[in-house]
Design a protein around this ligand. Structure first.
Ligand SMILES: [Zn+2]
Length: 209
């Protein structure tokens, strides 16, 4: 029976990109509702924090760290990193890290997520990130919660079904600002737990996308 239990292990890493919203009219309390839901379920997640967002919302940024979540780096300006020159890229990463440290009280090293995922397969971008001590974290499951027509049910379904389909070690991409995501998180947590999932932060996984 021990083997059965091990075979059925399902660790899920929920990741949230904490950044300026992609569009107007996002509920301003969405990040807090997500943090409340994680707190109520005693779940730790990974937050990739944008430097400029941390500067704009230092109290929220600090709460993410104070709640015990793992802090990663999501660049300073949220540019597509392959468009930046080597030194521009280094500068963005340095400035972003300073802003995150200042707001969160925690350095984001070594976790990084490229804005839009752009650069995750670019050797030059990845080499510079490595040189600066970072490791890019992509994702396995993508509910596309930034799409304006997404409903909370769709975000939930893709997050849950995608994690089950991937199996142990699923990394799920979510954002802190869409209203549907804020509504979906409690159900994602309930539904995956019912199916035996254990929530982890990305540093607990041996293999990362
Ligand atoms: Zn982003």
């Amino acid at each position: 029976m021990g083997e059965t239990i091990r075979d059925s292990a399902l660790r899920v890493a929920l990741t949230f990109d904490a950044e300026h919203p992609d569009r107007p009219l996002c509920p301003p309390d969405a990040p807090d509702r997500i943090l409340d839901a994680l707190d109520e379920a005693a779940v730790r997640a990974t937050f990739f924090v944008q430097g400029r967002w941390a500067e704009a919302y230092p109290e929220r940024a600090r709460r993410i760290a104070a709640d015990g979540h793992l802090i990663g780096h999501h660049s300073k300006y949220h540019a597509r990193l392959p468009l930046l020159h080597d030194d521009g890229l280094r500068e963005d990463v340095h400035e972003g890290a300073e802003a995150i440290l200042e707001a969160c009280g925690v350095a984001p090293l070594p976790w990084f997520r490229c804005p839009f995922g752009a650069g995750h397969d670019d050797d030059r971008v990845l080499a510079i990130l490595r040189e600066l001590g970072y490791r890019n974290v992509y994702w396995n499951v993508c509910p596309e919660d930034w799409e304006p027509d997404r409903t909370a049910e769709q975000v939930t379904d893709v997050a849950v079904e995608g994690s089950l389909a991937h199996g142990d070690g699923a990394v799920v991409l979510l954002h802190t600002w869409p209203g549907p995501t804020a509504r979906a998180v409690p159900e994602i947590l309930r539904s995956l737990r019912t199916r035996g999932a254990e929530f982890v932060t990305v540093d607990a996984l041996e293999e990362l996308p």
